[in-house]
Ligand binder design. Sequence first.
Ligand SMILES: *Cc1c(COP(=O)(O)O)cnc(C)c1O
Length: 381
Amino acid sequence: MSDFVRVSESGTHRRLDFLKSKILSLTSDVINSGEYISGTRVVALEKYLSSRWGRDSVTTNSGNSALQLALLAAGVKPGDEVIVPALTYMSTAYAVSAVGAIPCFVDIDPRTFTIDLQAVRNAIQEKTVAIIAVHLYGQMVEMQPLMELAAESGLKVIEDVAHAQGAKYKNNYAGCIGDFGCFAMCLGKNLGGLEDGGFVTASTSEDALQLQSLRDPGKIPLNKYIHQEFGFRAKMGEFTAAIISLELEFLEDWNRRRQEIAARYNAAFASLPFQTPTAIDECDRTFYKYVILVDSPQERLALENRLEGLGIPTENGCSRLIPEEPVYALGLPCRVDRLDVAKSLVGRLLNLPIYPELDDREVDAVITAMHQAYKKALVVN
Ligand SMILES: *Cc1c(COP(=O)(O)O)cnc(C)c1O
């Protein structure tokens, strides 16, 4: 058993090991500076993000608050409806509920696993004011037709970029195509500090000013004594800004390594009987997850167990759709459209390890284990 390789579930502790000495020294810098929230480091980070992403960027204390602020800045009011894919993370829907609006859950495209444009079109009603496009697992939504549809229908588009920092579609960064782009930066994401963090890119400077006011909490910019509108306490801390700034130097390399691993998996798994999301044209993906779709929930469980036994931990990709979570199923206001495709995926998605810190030996171990797991039938009928 000398060549048994146990792959760890996530790479975050290795990311921290890699950054640890730098983080320790910047911790003492922050403490000595006397600025702890939204000081010099946050200002510098926002300037950098604005130039790198080419849009005014406003930092926040989480991805969830980035979405809430964007919804408010987009003019979403209590009782309005916002179209959201049924397959996403809770924060996407919670942000809509948090501003008093109603998420309308729609189906996903069976090829890409991202929001289905025809479903969006069918779901638009009088109260619909916005769409949240979630670039799931780092695969982008086909933004051009979505933007056309939104323009036709007078809807705002908010991109949820929690899985896609650095992804590009037709040479445009994810988060810079819709009216707002909302990024999440906690440790589990492709880019993230020790605490929660986020930022919003705005398509106009007026929107950026409004976002700044909304996070602080509702103050008129430059006048800290007047609160003009309802807002949130959602500013980023200096410590987080310092860590994010540090990680931004590595984001491109890290994303490239994820793509490299995904390409190896794609090639090695071509003969195995499962599906992966089809790449859309002209999209540079960031592979936050490497997800596979197997035939049945029983097969996923059997595969998960077999891989675990072979030293490869995996993650159940979807045990429940968002509208099926008790919080929505038992009463939080929402509208649920037809979800035939999304429902058919429940229990059948499995996320394989993919993070930049995986070395080639570990990638080989995942590939070997997958082939071994599929040698015997996974489920005997
Ligand atoms: C992580 C995540 C968010 C943001 O959530 P936070 O918990 O605030 O970081 C939003 N949308 C998706 C799809 C996410 O995965």
